[in-house]
Design a protein around this ligand. Sequence first.
Ligand code: UDP
Length: 454
Amino acid sequence: MKLKGRGSVILFPLPFQGHINPMLQLANILHERGFSISIIHTRFNSPNPLNYPLFRFYPIPDGLSENHVISSDPNRIVAFVKFLNSNCQTPLRNCLAKLISTSLEDEDPIACLVTDALWYSTQAVADDLKLPRIVLRTTNVSSFIVLSSMSLLFEKGYLPLQDSVAEMEVPELPQFRFKDIAMLEASDRESFLQFIEILVQETKASSGIILNSCEDLEQEFLSKLSLLFPIPVFLIGPFHKYFPASSSSLLPQDRTCISWLDKQQPNSVIYVSFGSVAAIEEADFLEVAWGLANSMQAFLWVVRPGLVQGSEWLELLPNGFLEMVGERAHIVKWAPQQEVLAHPSTGAFWTHCGWNSTLESLCEGVPMICQPSFGDQKIDSRFVSHVWRVGVHLEFKIERGEIERAIRRLMVEPEGQEMRERIKLIKDKINLCLKLGGSSYKSLDNLVSYILSM
Ligand code: UDP
């Protein structure tokens, strides 16, 4: 129920699936705490307003063609985010100015703007319009620290990555090896560092940071974060646990997954998905397929159209593959992931370790096979395999024999059961964070009071 008069919060998600989901979940959380919600969004990858009848939606032009496709190349993603920042700054300003000038006296006053950390150009707009801006960072704390320390890591000579030290621990961050902090191989280092610098600077200039994590999960990094960002920080996650499965999916979720899972034995299925952006080479796709087939385990595989560049969908699978795996396999274009992970038949998750996927898996107590490609995924993967010890990291080339071994370790061998027991403890710890008196619960209370004080 909406409590009248608490004020209105305007949210502006970055148009990537992994950023839209947490922003819309945050909108739900704030709405439930009594704020009225407006969502300003790009026309590209627009959320569906019909799924949120209680929110107001305001599309703004973004300069993209209707059939724009997000690249899976990290350097191009950085260029794309910069493009969005420069193209959307004026439309955002116009939209906000209009909302401010036309807001009626009996409407909730605008309390603040919440934008993704990667929307760095929105800080200047917020300053101009005298609107407090709170930043949402959609990764965990530790990878945000690594990202924010990028210039320093280059200055110290830790990066670019040198093969001779790749496996060694970073002295200041002993949880991670040098190869884990090499978030991407920048094609233009100066421009990449400039991008990070402005992101950090505009986050520091904001009124606070919200993260989709919880204090109990990342205790040891909190003081480092406060040193880097001496502004209020709110760890109120995991967001998706406040409400049942999210409705902010950009692709239709194939619900046959659930009826197929219903027919499987408990903990017997390996769920495979590499998220909304990562792509793989054709040769690797075939290794994945053979690794799954040879493992002799049941599998639910999300093959997103475009997972292999230039392919339509399953035409690259070897002749007779589908007949060979038969009922043991279910392949879909996009799954209701949170429900799949919560299903009792799901025994392991082979993931690219995007933070949303990692957190969703932790929350359901599902151990992981980690196959990170870039950015924070490598940090998440290291956490899963070496800090929390609830998964295995596919370290080297994607190869069917290695895949088969990893699957067997999780699904068949005692090691998998030990991981299941460890991840169950993490799941319980996370659940406690959200309960009355838990760290996320208190942090959300603090966030609400903070917004009310603005
Ligand atoms: N997701 C989904 N269906 C799928 C695969 C993924 O709904 O078949 C959702 C998943 O639950 C998560 C998001 O898409 O919330 C992916 O975010 P993540 O940070 O894991 O990865 P990204 O796509 O940003 O690389």
